[in-house]
Ligand binder design. Structure first.
Ligand code: NOJ
Length: 521
């Protein structure tokens, strides 16, 4: 077996800190709450937590509007709480990955306050100011340029007007932001998930974007132009390489990029000579149709274009996308889990997916997400997938003593950790078994991927290493299927009761059932 870095075989667990565990009764999760639940994560078997932003912020975009890159927001606790989280996590063998938000700061960040104060201010050029706007849009809808009366100019914001974009062409900005990385790395943080990595740098001549021929009324106005000049610019790769050089100047750290781009563009983020992101997030499972053929295609295409030596990764859920159970249906969540946990490379699980949490619908008058508020009713809202983690059967699901910031799912009396821990057949226990299986058999993380085949509703593939072959069978349909196999032993089934069974030439799988078979060699 290869000698892997920790992150290569890791299962990363994303924590949306507002919703994981509240410790002080204000209805919002916090760092002390995460510490209380570390043992749960150890038992689940994950290797690392990625904590979405915990920095000081006016919370216009719930922390993705940072007002102090090196300070903790009081809602989440103090720097002492953070240090304790890091220590307690490390004591348990868990790595800690932070969110780094380089594309934009909060409009309340002292840098922006200075920048907007006058055209002559030394920090004026730290942001993108122009006398005339161009046609670049905000990803949250509407024009990306905001008029500022004080200096009679516009500034650009890829997201909210409260999130002005930093000017990454300015070397002082780069130095300041790299100091931020070092601040956390010096503390012992194990890596970063870099927010909107593909947007960081824009065309220096501010060319207008071409219209998007696919744009239809009813879609976000943010999609009305193709983001040719304000995203995925060639110069971004030099910035990523600089970040990576800093990461690599510390031992055993990881650089992950949030990138929503087509496959070949995404691959470029591994960088020349693989000196870019260690892991450009692979979101293809998040966005695709859910059927055996599409998933087979995604796996084959992705594995087929990975640059030599680049490490694969897979994501099944995050705080910007519908919950997997709501996308594919509750019946299919076990095979989604088995799919994820038998794919090669590094995996990311979003908190609550191990319980099969579903989207919680939020009445229009209670919507909090600014993306939804900007353009109501067109499916931009992310509140439904950000609701509190249900821990037990108590009124507030063990999440808080107070009033939760977003509603707890109606099903929390049955979908919660306490109930599912006791039920051998629960999705939580399936996740635990599959994560343990992955640990016990390194071939699942680092072995080859072979014979990816879709036949009707059946997806099958083999994970192989020298002297080992694992056959994975996943029934995406509701009806039983027959699958060809070779002599072997069932290592895991999604409904557990056939584990240990010996198989020969054929095996039947009920609807929505998956199986891992170790082929006898
Ligand atoms: C991507 C983050 O994941 C999302 O939640 C946020 O709203 C935008 N970036 C802006 O930072």
């Amino acid at each position: 077996m290869l000698n892997l870095a920790w992150w290569q075989s890791a299962v990363i667990y994303e924590i949306y800190p507002r919703s994981f565990q509240d410790s002080n009764g204000d209805g919002i999760g916090d760092l002390a709450g995460i510490i209380q639940r570390l043992d749960y994560l150890v038992k689940l078997g994950v290797d690392a937590i990625w904590v979405a932003p915990i920095y000081r912020s006016p919370m216009a975009d719930f922390g993705y509007d940072v007002a102090d890159y090196c300070g903790i927001d009081p809602i989440f606790g103090t720097m002492q709480d953070f240090d304790r989280l890091l220590e307690e996590a490390h004591l348990r063998g868990l790595k800690v990955i932070l969110d780094f938000v380089p594309n934009h700061s909060s409009d309340q960040h002292p840098w922006f306050i200075e920048s907007r104060s006058s055209c002559e201010n030394p920090k004026r050029d730290w942001y993108l100011w122009r006398g005339e706007p161009n046609n670049w849009m905000s990803n949250f809808g509407g024009p990306g340029w905001e008029w500022d009366e004080r200096t009679n100019q516009y500034y650009y914001h890829s997201f909210l007007k409260e999130q002005p974009d930093l000017n990454w062409r300015n070397p002082e900005v780069r130095t300041a932001m790299y100091d931020v990385l070092r601040f956390w790395l010096d503390k012992g943080v194990d890596g970063f998930r870099v927010d909107v990595m593909w947007l960081i740098i824009k065309d220096n001549l501010f060319h207008d974007n071409p219209p998007n021929p696919q744009y239809r009324l009813g879609q976000s106005s943010g999609n009305s132009f193709l983001p040719v000049y304000n995203s995925n610019r060639p110069e971004v790769h030099a910035v990523v390489a600089e970040m990576r050089a800093i990461i690599d100047s510390y031992p055993e750290r990881v650089l992950i990029g949030e990138i929503y781009l087509p496959l070949t563009d995404l691959m470029a983020y591994y960088g020349q000579e693989l000196k870019g992101a260690n892991l450009p997030f692979n979101f293809f499972l998040l966005q695709s149709a859910w059927d055996a053929h599409t998933v087979a295609e995604i796996i084959s295409e992705y594995m087929g274009v990975l640059p030599s030596g680049a490490w694969p990764n897979w994501v099944l859920g995050n705080h910007d996308n519908a919950r997997i159970a709501s996308r594919v249906g509750v019946l299919q969540t076990p095979i989604a889990a088995m799919l994820l946990l038998t794919l090669p490379g590094t995996l990311t699980i979003y908190y609550g997916e191990e319980l099969g949490m579903t989207n919680v619908s939020i009445p229009p008058e209670d919507v909090l997400d600014p993306a939804e508020k900007n353009q109501p009713g067109i499916g931009m809202g992310r509140d439904p997938e950000r609701t509190p983690m249900p821990w037990d059967c108590s009124e507030m699901a063990g999440f808080t003593r107070g009033r939760p910031w977003l509603p707890i799912g109606d099903d929390h009396q049955v979908v919660n950790v306490e109930i599912m821990e006791r039920d051998e057949t629960s999705i939580l226990n399936l996740y635990r078994r599959l994560i343990a299986l992955r640990r016990a058999h390194p071939v699942l993380a680092s072995g080859g991927m072979r014979s990816v085949t879709a036949s009707g509703n059946l997806l099958s593939y083999e994970r192989v290493a020298e002297n080992e072959r694992f056959l994975v069978l996943l029934n995406f349909g509701q009806s039983p299927v027959q699958a060809a196999t070779e002599a072997g032993i069932v290592l895991a089934t999604t409904n557990s009761h056939r584990d240990g069974e010996r198989v020969n030439n054929f095996i039947g799988l009920q609807g929505s059932v998956g199986m891992v078979i170790r082929i006898a060699l």
